[in-house]
Design a protein around this ligand. Structure first.
Ligand code: KMH
Ligand code: ZN
Length: 273
């Protein structure tokens, strides 16, 4: 089994300091959170950025400042900017961080009802446009799939030559409007992936630990962080991203799953070097 890649989704676009006062907004807060997660075992930082007041933005300038601050503290970490941004942003807005040529970026593989009137729009043409820009810049897409149908979309677009193989997926479990986060759901999702694919599991909210433990056992990888859950356990707020990364690394150790360094993660995910 490959070593375990831990991704820290350090702030997301939707959670705020009202949910947990430790959610980072400023460049300094983001860099501090990324450094703590990296030191605890994260080899990938899934990055959203905010204005200082917490407003989500996809500004390339803001991403550049955040990436530089993070790289100063963790020079070899893999930075994976979001192209999902926040609900309601246009495609052009969302694509901005690709101008910085990161090693990886997210590729959201379908449209989702997030609840109320919120729709996270990812039409098939958008997915093709996003990935063709990534291909030109040799950026490895992480296919964000919130449901089984989105795996099918990714496979169809890969068969047509749009998404290069081997595919890497993030199975996002338990999001409002997406697939729920039960063991049966995760087995179904995992069983729908091609044999050469790699996969990370993000258990959102209360299914987080179940999904992470299953990913560790099944040879997948794990994403945690404020974006996915602001609690360490029921009723106890997370103090930092490092705290949950440490917990996952400890549990992985109990299963004799070693933690991948960033360079080992590059090799497992076949990132362009
Ligand atoms: N904030 C969500 C609307 C991604 O990073 O690509 C989208 C999201 C997925 O977080
Ligand atoms: Zn995200």
């Amino acid at each position: 089994m490959d070593k375990l890649i831990i991704t820290a989704a350090v702030c997301g676009a939707e959670v705020t300091k009202k949910h947990n006062p430790a959610v980072p907004y400023t460049i300094e807060e983001l860099a501090r959170e990324a450094e703590g997660a990296y030191k605890a075992g994260a080899s990938i930082i899934h990055l959203h950025v905010r204005e200082d007041d917490g407003t989500p933005t996809q500004s390339a300038k803001r991403f550049k400042a955040a990436i530089e601050a993070i790289m100063t503290k963790c020079p070899d970490v893999i930075i994976q900017p979001s192209t999902g941004g926040a609900v309601g942003m246009t495609a052009d807005e969302r694509l901005q961080p690709l101008a910085l040529s990161p090693e990886m970026a997210t590729l959201d593989c379908g449209t989702l009802n997030f609840g109320g009137d919120d729709i996270f729009v990812n039409t098939e043409n958008m997915i093709i446009e996003f990935v063709s820009r990534m291909n030109k810049l040799k950026i490895k897409p992480e296919c964000e799939v919130f449901d089984k149908s989105m795996i099918d979309t990714a496979l169809r677009l890969s068969a047509k030559g749009h998404i290069p193989s081997p595919l890497h997926f993030n199975l996002v479990m338990g999001v409002n409007g997406g697939i729920s986060g039960t063991p049966r759901d995760l087995l179904f999702m995992r069983g729908s992936l091609p044999p050469d694919a790699t996969f990370t599991v993000s258990g959102v909210g209360k299914c987080q630990l179940d999904m992470a433990v299953m990913a560790i056992i099944m040879g997948g990888h794990v994403r945690v962080g404020f974006e996915d859950n602001v609690y360490l356990k029921k009723g106890i707020l997370l103090k930092s991203n490092a705290e949950i990364v440490k917990k996952i690394a400890r549990i992985a150790g109990e299963f004799n799953r070693e933690i991948a360094t960033p360079d080992e993660a590059r090799s497992i995910l076949k990132l362009a070097v």
